[in-house]
Design a protein around this ligand. Structure first.
Ligand code: SAM
Length: 294
């Protein structure tokens, strides 16, 4: 795996790549049609937490704030921090990146977009526009059961993964290679069927990354390899290229390597790149710093 931090050199697919950088700047440097599958797990709702209003105090005898010398003021919002808009409107933030994702997919390629139920419907409308409604393949539900449970509503314990193909007449999908599950009513099927297990549906029950397992990297938003493995297995072939441009701890890279696929990972955060390097190893290109050289 080559680690790239230099943004002046071309990105050649002659080795697995780990690229540090803003994905919107990195994606145009990759060749069109090169990828069997793209998996992304973008951050969302961050804007609500990070959205800081810029306020100014205006003198007003009826204002609700009392200042120095007993003078009264009211506060007025004069704007918001620039990064807030980007995340307040997730579809607007994702749109140019999803256009690039589509360009990078091979004709037989598939896109997986990992979201949660608060955002998935907005992004689905966007993907229908960008890909066309015929290209919608699935809405996967990843259900888990971990952590505190709300009492005032149904505890939310699932994520949504939207699946779109570049060409509904040419996409690759290998359901035979995917791992199988136990039947829910094993008494209703033959012993042979029981032994083989059933093909997964669009609802996947899978635990989160175990807190003390060897898979755990410590990266806060790490996704379990088990769910990413299913996507890579079904939608790519050995030797094919997979891309994750919100790479985080590099789960897609770990799975791709295990399954003999090639990969490109992109992340803007130096901390994420460091975790990926530790997880996957790697050589830095000339001009880039390796952790050892720091
Ligand atoms: C939810 S995490 C991905 C977790 C990953 N699926 C895993 O299993 O570890 C999202 C990642 O996107 C990265 N990121 C956010 N905005 C980015 C951007 N514009 N360009 C590149 N990376 C970005 C963050 O640094 C973060 O590591």
């Amino acid at each position: 795996m080559r680690v790239v931090r230099d943004h002046t050199i071309p990105l050649l697919l002659d080795d697995d790549l780990l690229v540090q950088g803003e994905n919107l700047a990195v994606l145009p440097r990759l060749p069109a049609g090169a990828f069997d599958m793209v998996y992304i797990d973008p951050p969302f709702n961050t804007g609500r937490e990070q959205s800081h209003a810029r306020l100014r105090a205006v003198a007003d005898p009826d204002g609700n704030v009392t200042g120095f010398g007993g003078r009264r003021y009211r506060t007025e919002e004069v704007g918001r921090m620039a990064f807030a808009d980007r995340f307040d409107d997730l579809p607007a933030y994702l749109a140019p990146r999803l256009v690039e994702a589509r360009r990078l997919l091979a004709e037989h390629g598939t896109l997986y977009v990992h979201l949660d139920p608060r955002e998935s419907h907005y992004v689905k409308v966007l993907l229908d526009e960008l890909f066309g409604r015929r290209c919608f393949l699935n809405e996967l539900v990843w259900a888990y059961d971990y952590g505190a449970k709300a009492r005032r509503r149904w505890p939310t314990k699932h994520d949504v993964i939207l699946v779109y193909v570049k060409d509904p007449d040419a996409y690759w999908f290998d359901s035979e290679e995917v791992d199988r599950e136990p039947y829910m009513a094993p008494g209703l099927v033959t012993a042979e069927q029981r032994a083989r297990g059933k093909r997964p549906t669009d609802v996947w029950w899978h635990t989160i990354v175990p807190t003390n397992g060897s898979e755990r990297t410590g990266y806060p938003t790490q996704k379990p390899a088990g769910i990413v493995r299913r996507m890579v297995t079904a939608s790519s072939r050995p030797g094919g290229w997979c891309l994750d441009f919100f790479a985080g701890s590099g789960t897609l890279g770990a799975v791709a390597r295990e399954l003999d696929r090639r990969f490109v990972l992109v992340d803007a955060s130096p901390a994420a790149i460091e975790v990926c390097e530790q997880r996957l190893g790697g050589e830095a290109t000339p001009g880039s710093r390796t952790p050892a050289a720091r």
